[in-house]
Design a protein around this ligand. Structure first.
Ligand code: MSP
Length: 483
């Protein structure tokens, strides 16, 4: 039995989760369910990134202590993940004492190996990103992501010798030993590394909300170093170099482009320094905008995932999120577009197909037999032989993490079935030629059953409901229309 380790980034808790966070987490959940369904041992890790200046400032603005603030926000992430039916194996908080202890052990080891040294740091820093910036990264002097001018940071600091790993990283990325997808993202990272990797400052004198350096309590650890180690501590790692926890390294690490560069440099650099294997694949999905604008609280255009669940139901929300981003591309959403898509794809296409077929079958009582009928034009969606290495289209698309493309494929079948009913004038056929009508109904029931199975990782409740409807021969509305 092979293993699959899937991670999401751990999210900053300066606010509750929005649709961007929900997208990554639902995508990871779908992949995790798919690999489980294939019979693999899966570990799916998510969590929250709770230290650093940005969180500290958000707590102060809310008039709360940091601890009280992060506890409250973290709970809001857990609540939303529950509403979205996310089945993670562990939810890691960077304020967990076991995480903190392991991080300190690891950092001490790097210091002992002389991979950490003291120097003077001077450079630009964006608190919104919690990342170092070069002049080339800025547009009109501002961080393009946060629209703020980065601060000039000048302090005595501890440095991690990242430059020492430049050659190894370059080779591993170029040879795809550390795969970065899509290819455009890999190319961006390669050209960044080709310009040369500098050592990075890994300490903060002025930030008290963080893990203190075990060898100098006057400093806290740079929040990204703290955060990256979550991918290890989330598996129970205790901070020992060279000690690979079960499931490590990650097979798929999901994220969007905003945090790829650090994931492709600092993170593998730390792993090489800790004598641990590198992740197999960093997968970068697209970025959501809302009505063509960046999502932001100040613009008041944020779409909150719990509102999606409220309006469209849990599976409606999961479907809409996943079908909004094409592989490698950004996507624009709005309440209008989402409502339209829900009504077209779910209420009309899928919902109607199921209720029509069940109603037309009321008197005929056709049943799917053991022998699956061969349906013209129908591509087999799921592989029923779990032990085989799935030759079907969907399995291939899963390997490539083309989730929207899988949904499109499933909906092609749904649309084809609706057309088939029209072409056959099935409502007439069942009356005038019940024998022929029965044959068509068996084909359609079998198609619906395939669709239901293919949807299981994406829409687990709907998949179960479809199975029940087919078993009982009674329909209940799957997706009521919304306005
Ligand atoms: N805390 C860091 C990650 C540390 S991981 C060791 C962080 N947190 S974050 O809260 O800003 O989350 C960033 C991630 O959330 C993105 O990489 C992406 O997965 C998801 N998204 C946040 N906004 C998004 C969109 N607008 N669109 C799609 N996903 C985005 O960075």
């Amino acid at each position: 039995m092979s293993k699959t380790y899937i991670t999401t980034p751990i999210y900053y808790v300066n606010d509750r989760p929005h649709v961007g966070h929900a997208y990554t987490t639902v995508a990871a959940d779908v992949l995790s369910r798919w690999y489980k369904q294939k019979g693999e041992k899966v570990f799916f890790l998510t969590g929250t990134d709770e230290h650093g200046a940005k969180i500290s400032a958000a707590a102060a603005a809310a008039g709360k202590s940091e601890k009280e603030f992060v506890d409250e926000k973290t709970q809001s992430f857990k609540d939303v993940w529950q509403k979205l039916n996310i089945e993670y194996n562990n939810f890691l908080r960077t304020t967990d004492p076991t995480h903190i202890a392991a991080v300190q052990t690891a950092i001490q080891h790097l210091k002992d190996k002389e991979l950490i040294y003291k120097g003077q740091y001077e450079g630009l820093y964006c608190q919104g990103c919690e990342q170092y910036k070069t002049k080339d990264d800025l547009i009109d002097g501002k961080c393009p992501e946060h629209q703020i001018e980065p601060q000039l940071m000048k302090e005595e600091s501890y440095f991690f010798k990242l430059s020492q790993f430049e050659k190894q990283l370059k080779e591993k990325i170029e040879s795809d030993e550390l795969e970065i997808e899509p290819i455009e993202r890999k190319n961006e990272v390669s050209s960044f590394i080709n310009k040369g990797l500098k050592d990075i400052s890994i300490s903060r004198k002025t930030v008290s909300w963080g893990i203190s350096l075990p060898f100098d309590k006057n400093y806290s650890l740079y929040v990204w170093v703290d955060a990256f180690l979550n991918y290890l501590t989330g598996l129970g790692w205790d901070g020992q170099a060279g000690k690979t926890p079960e499931f490590f390294p990650p097979d798929i690490q999901l994220m969007s482009k905003d945090i790829l560069r650090v994931h492709a440099t600092i993170w593998p650099g730390l792993l090489l320094a800790l004598e641990l294997p590198l992740p197999k694949k960093l997968f970068v999905h697209g970025y959501f905008t809302i009505n063509s604008q960046k999502m932001s609280k100040s613009l008041g255009n944020v779409i909150w995932p719990e509102d999606l669940v409220e309006k469209f139901g849990v599976d409606g929300a999961r479907y809409l999120l996943l079908s909004s981003l094409t592989y490698g591309q950004d996507g624009d959403i709005s309440w209008e577009k989402l409502t339209e898509k829900y009504n077209a794809d779910l209420a009309n296409n899928l919902g109607n197909l199921v209720s029509r077929v069940i109603k037309l079958n009321e008197n005929i009582k056709a049943k799917i037999g053991r022998e699956k009928p061969k349906i013209k034009n129908l591509e087999k969606l799921v592989d029923e032989d779990k032990s085989s290495s799935s030759p079907f289209a969907i399995a291939r698309l899963f390997e490539e993490i083309k989730l929207k493309e899988i949904l499109d494929k499933i909906w092609e079948q749904v649309a084809w079935a609706n057309k088939y009913i029209e072409e056959k004038k099935l409502w007439r056929l069942v009356k005038n030629n019940p024998k022929e009508g029965k044959k068509v109904l068996i084909e359609l029931l079998s198609l619906i059953s395939g669709v239901g199975q293919a949807l299981a990782p994406f829409m687990p409740e709907t998949s179960m409901k479809i199975k029940e409807i087919l078993e009982k021969g009674e329909t209940s509305p799957l997706f009521p229309r919304v306005s």
